[in-house]
Every structure is written in C-alpha cells, then in structure tokens.
Design a binder for this molecule. Structure first.
Ligand code: 13P
Ligand code: SF4
Length: 351
C-alpha cells in the first residue's frame, strides 16, 4: 500500500490526462487538478494523523482513485487489504456492502463508507428474511451468496463468493445442490460454466440484477466486432449469458485489468462500469478503448469532499455498525470463501 502525504496537481494530471471515457476530450484539465488539490492534501494529512487507510473500489471517480487511495481494486482484493491493514480506521470508498464486509472481518476497527448513496441494486434485491424462507423451501441446498449482499443475508448463507472466485469455489464445494443469490445473470453464467467444466450440480438462483451490467447486450459486441475485427471483448460475470458467451475474457474487475495488462491486443471493449475503462486509459495509454460504458450512480456518489468530511466528523449513517451475533454468523460465510478460494494459503496447507 502507498502512504502518500502530499501530491502535486501536475502528478495528478499525469494520471488523469488520458481519461476520455464517454467523450473525445478529457474531463480533467490541469486547472481542475489544481482545484482538487486543497481537499486531496487535507485528506492525506487527516489520514496520516488519524491512522486511517483509504480503500478505493475501481468504480469510483478517477480523481479519487489516483489521489488518496492506499489501495485500489475489486471487492476481493480490498477485503484482503482490510484484513492486512494495521490502521485503526478504514475509509471504504465504495458502497455499503463492501464496508460491511470490511467490518465483519475487522470488528475492532472503525469502518466508514463516505458515499451519499451507498446502495447496490443486487445487494438491495434480497433480505435475510427472504433467505430464511428459501432455506425452508430448499432443504439440503448449500446457500452461496455473492459478496454484493447485506450482512443479514451473508449471516443466513454458507459460503460467500466474489466475481473473482465464484466459479472456482462452486466447483470445489463438496455439495451438489446449490442455491446461488442474488444475481440471476451470474447464476445462469455459473450453470453454463459448470456444464463447460463437466461439473454436475443442481444450481438454483435468485432473480436480482445489477442495473449497470444488465444494460449490455450481445448486439453491442457484434457491432463493435464488425467495426474493429481485432477488438478484445472483456466482460464482468454480472452481464447476461449471451454477452459472456461472446466475450474474449470474463472475470472480476482485477482479473479484467490483469487480462489487459498481459494481452498483446491493442483494442478493448470493456463491458463493465466506466471506472474500469478509465483505469484502462490511465494505466495502459498504448491500448485503445472502444465503445461506451455505463456508470454506477452508487459508486459515483463518493466525492473527495465526502471523504474529507467522513474523516473529520463521520455521520452516523456513514459508520458501519453490525450487531455481534449477526457479524459472527456472516463471518463464517466469509471464512468459508477464503478457505475454498485459497486452499493453499495458511492455515490450510497443500501438498
Ligand atoms: P468486483 O467484485 O469485481 O469488485 O465487482 C463488484 C461489483 O459491484 C461489480 O458490479
Ligand atoms: Fe451494485 Fe451494479 Fe453498482 Fe456493482 S455496479 S455496486 S453490482 S449497482
């Protein structure tokens, strides 16, 4: 993790100058970077003074990603960072369920989510009470929750997964009756992927969707492939099955970046939130982004001003609080995730 104490407008501008997502012109001028600077340097000072760590999801605004983040990544990487950090305060610049995950893993730390609208259409599509009812309807099923769920839902499930490890974990799980929630597209992609891998499991799933990823359709892919025959299509498993089938690579947001880092290809269409397209333009300037992307209003409801305010005097709604019995039950599903995702990591040992 980096621990910057100050940055200059020029340094920030160098990271932002190639970001032209959704337009021909970069929305970040050097002047704009100069305007951001007082708030950024105040955040960096407060962070140091208060022994805080700032974890930033790739979907939030690039002016945050490239200025105050100690770590940038996807939900899996950031949950790992939350455990490893020795800071007393975790500022989780993302949405509520990600802050809850950090709090489940770090009950002794203060976890703050600065977002004004910290929701998520997937996490909001199912409650703990609904999972209890499903468990009555499907006895004998292993309940798997995607990380995009509330702590109440995680507490009712057996194993948590993220987009980075969902296929691996379901393949490794001993049970052959699976109830996956809440994403119906990821559920269908899971069924298709298990079939491809020759894994026989009875998989049922809930009917939630991510309003960002459900926007994408295969027709967009066909159109772009006609225009740019050499393009590589990179998509998130929250996209529908037809999009996934017609993509060159499917994975969690960190895996998508890794794919681009290693690919020889020059052109990419990113079927995920615009934050990833911004990262492509900033971090891989010799690669070209084609097509358009969609914004998540929840992730983008984090601002630099909100982060400063949350460090100075957090509002009750920004501080994540979880009742201990619920936390302990939700922790079991996260521990099961780490166990199945990384079976060779301590304390487990592989031959
Ligand atoms: P990641 O697990 O890839 O970070 O995705 C989280 C998310 O909200 C995707 O929409
Ligand atoms: Fe939720 Fe979709 Fe936003 Fe991710 S992009 S936080 S799944 S609404």
């Amino acid at each position: 993790m980096s621990s910057k104490t100050q940055i200059t407008a020029q340094e920030l501008y160098e990271r932002l100058k190639n970001i032209k997502v959704g337009g021909q012109v970069c929305q970040y001028s050097l002047k704009k970077c100069e305007e951001f600077l007082p708030v950024i340097n105040e955040i960096l000072r407060l962070k140091q003074e208060m022994n805080a760590v700032i974890l930033v999801h790739s979907y939030v605004g690039p002016e945050i990603v490239y200025s105050v983040a100690d770590s940038i990544g996807d939900s899996y990487k950031l949950s790992r960072e939350a455990v490893q950090s020795t800071a007393k305060i975790i500022i989780f610049v993302a949405v509520r369920f990600m802050g809850e995950t950090a709090k489940i893993l770090n009950p002794g730390k203060t976890v703050i989510v600065p977002a004004r609208e910290p929701g998520c259409t997937l996490a909001d599509s199912i409650t703990g009470a609904q999972v209890r009812e499903l468990r009555r309807q499907y006895p004998g099923y292993t309940f798997i929750c995607y990380v995009n769920t509330s702590v109440d839902v995680k507490a009712e499930c057996d194993v948590c997964v993220t987009s980075a490890n969902v296929y691996t974990i379901v393949e490794r799980l001993p049970g052959d009756k699976i109830y996956f929630l809440p994403d119906k597209f990821m559920g269908q992609n899971l069924v298709n992927e298990m079939k491809k891998r020759g894994v026989k499991k009875d998989i049922k799933f809930w009917n939630g969707t991510c309003y960002v990823h459900e926007e994408y359709g295969a027709e967009q892919i066909f159109k772009i492939r006609t225009e740019y025959p050499d393009v590589k299509i990179v998509s998130h498993p929250e996209c529908n099955a037809e999009v996934v089938r017609n993509s060159d690579f499917v994975g969690g947001t960190e895996q998508m970046l890794d794919y681009m880092r290693k690919a020889d290809a020059k052109r990419f269409l990113m079927l995920t939130e615009c934050g990833l397209s911004s990262r492509l333009q900033s971090e891989f300037p010799d690669k070209e982004l084609v097509g358009s992307c969609t914004l998540c209003k929840y992730m983008k409801s984090n601002t630099l001003e909100d982060i400063r305010q949350a460090l100075q005097s957090p509002k009750p709604g920004q501080v994540v609080e979880i009742a201990e019995p619920v936390r302990l039950r939700a922790l079991k599903s996260l521990e099961a995730m780490f166990k199945y995702a990384e079976p060779c990591a301590p304390p487990q040992v592989c031959e």
